[in-house]
Design a protein around this ligand. Structure first.
Ligand code: MHF
Ligand SMILES: O=c1ccn([C@H]2C[C@H](O)[C@@H](COP(=O)(O)O)O2)c(=O)[nH]1
Length: 283
C-alpha cells in the first residue's frame, strides 16, 4: 500500500502536465514506476484508503484468460469496466471492424488466446505457458503479449498492461508485468490486484509455489478531474494493513478457469478500508 501512496504523492510533487488527445483531458504524469507484490506471503495489494471492488478486477482478468472480446461477457462475470470503451468512444463506434453493441474487437485476451498467424491459424500463448510451467519448463520466453500493432485498428483500445513474463527458479514462479499507460486512481487500483492474482492463480494451476510479482509501469498519470479527490481526500487517509486473497483450492487447471470458475471462488480476508471514492472515468 505504501508504494501506491508514494507513487500518487510523486505524481503530485514531480508530475508534468500532458495534454491527451484521445480523452481531451490533461494528465499529471510521471515516467517509470516499479511496484512489487509479495505473493508468497499473500500480501494482497488491495487499496485500503478507499473501498476497492476487487472482484471486478479479478473478473476482468479472468475474461482476458478466457479470451473474451465482448463487454457483455465481462458483465456476466462481474466487470462493467469495458462498457464505456466498447460503446461510448466515438472513434470506435465509427470503426468498420466493430461488430455491433458491446464488441471490443481484437484486444487483450483475443491476442492472448488466438493471435492470428500470417500463414493461417492462430497461436494460443497462454496454453503454451501453462503446459511448460506445469512440466517445470521455463524456456526464458514464457511471455504472454497482448500487444499486436498489426491489429490495433481492429480493437477499441490498445492494451495498457500488455506483456506478462513468467519465470521459474526451481519450483518457485515469478511474474514480471509491463504496463505502458496507467490511470493511477482507477486503473492501478485494478491492475495491482490483477498482477497479484495472475501469479497466484498460475502458480496454483501449474503446481508451483508463488514468489514475487514485479509490475513495471511507463506512463503513470492522474487525470485533471481526478486530482482534487486524490490530493485532498485519498492521500489524507491512513492506510490499513494488507488483507489476504483466498482462492478456491479446487481450481486446478486452465480448463477450470475457462469453464466453471466464478467470483464466488475468490474471497478476501481481513479487508479494512476507508469510504469509497467515485473517481471520474475518461473514455
Ligand atoms: N481512462 C481509463 N482508465 C482505466 O483505468 C481504464 C480505461 N480507461 N479503459 C479500459 C480499462 C477499464 N478499466 C476500468 C474501468 C472502470 C473502473 C471503475 O469504474 N472502477 C470503480 C468501481 C467499479 C465497480 O464498481 O466495479 C472504482 O472505483 O474503482 C476501473 C477500471 C481500466 N481501464
Ligand atoms: O488496465 C488498464 C487499462 C487502461 N488503463 C488506462 C490508462 C489510460 O488512462 C487509459 C488508456 O488510454 P491510452 O490513451 O490508450 O493510453 O486507460 C489502465 O490504467 N489500466
Amino acid at each position: 500500500m505504501k508504494q501506491y501512496l508514494d507513487l500518487c504523492q510523486r505524481i503530485i510533487d514531480e508530475g508534468h502536465w500532458v495534454e491527451n488527445k484521445r480523452t481531451g483531458k490533461r494528465c499529471l504524469t510521471v515516467i517509470d514506476a516499479d511496484l512489487e507484490y509479495n505473493v508468497a506471503a499473500n500480501e494482497f495489494p488491495l487499496i485500503t484508503t478507499r473501498k476497492s471492488f476487487y472482484k471486478a478486477a479479478i473478473a476482468e482478468f479472468l475474461g482476458y484468460i478466457r479470451g473474451y472480446d465482448n463487454a457483455a461477457d465481462f458483465r456476466k462475470l462481474g466487470a462493467k469496466t469495458w462498457d464505456a470503451n466498447a460503446n461510448e468512444n466515438a472513434a470506435w463506434l465509427a470503426n468498420e471492424h466493430r461488430k455491433g453493441s458491446d464488441d471490443m474487437g481484437r484486444v487483450y485476451g483475443v491476442q492472448g488466446r488466438s493471435w492470428a498467424k500470417p500463414d493461417g491459424g492462430s497461436v494460443d500463448q497462454l496454453r503454451k505457458i501453462v503446459d511448460n510451467l506445469k512440466n517445470g519448463i521455463d524456456d526464458r520466453g514464457e511471455i504472454l503479449s497482448f500487444y499486436n500493432p498489426g491489429e490495433f485498428h481492429m480493437g477499441c483500445l490498445r492494451p495498457c498492461m500488455h506483456t506478462h513474463t513468467f519465470s521459474l527458479l526451481g519450483d518457485t514462479l515469478y511474474l514480471t508485468s509491463y504496463q505502458r499507460s496507467c490511470d493511477v486512481p482507477l486503473g492501478l487500483n485494478f491492475n495491482q490486484v490483477q498482477v497479484f492474482f495472475f501469479l497466484a492463480i498460475m502458480a496454483q494451476i501449474t503446481g508451483n509455489k508463488p514468489g514475487k510479482a514485479y509490475h513495471k509501469i511507463v506512463n503513470a498519470h492522474i487525470y485533471e478531474d481526478q486530482l482534487p479527490l486524490m490530493r485532498d481526500v485519498q492521500l489524507k487517509r491512513e492506510p490499513f494493513p494488507s488483507p489476504k486473497l483466498i482462492i478456491n483450492p479446487a481450481i486446478k487447471s486452465l480448463e477450470d478457469l475457462e469453464t466453471w470458475v466464478t467470483m464466488d471462488d475468490f474471497q478476501v480476508e481481513g479487508y479494512q478500508h476507508h469510504e469509497p471514492i467515485a473517481y471520474p472515468f475518461s473514455v
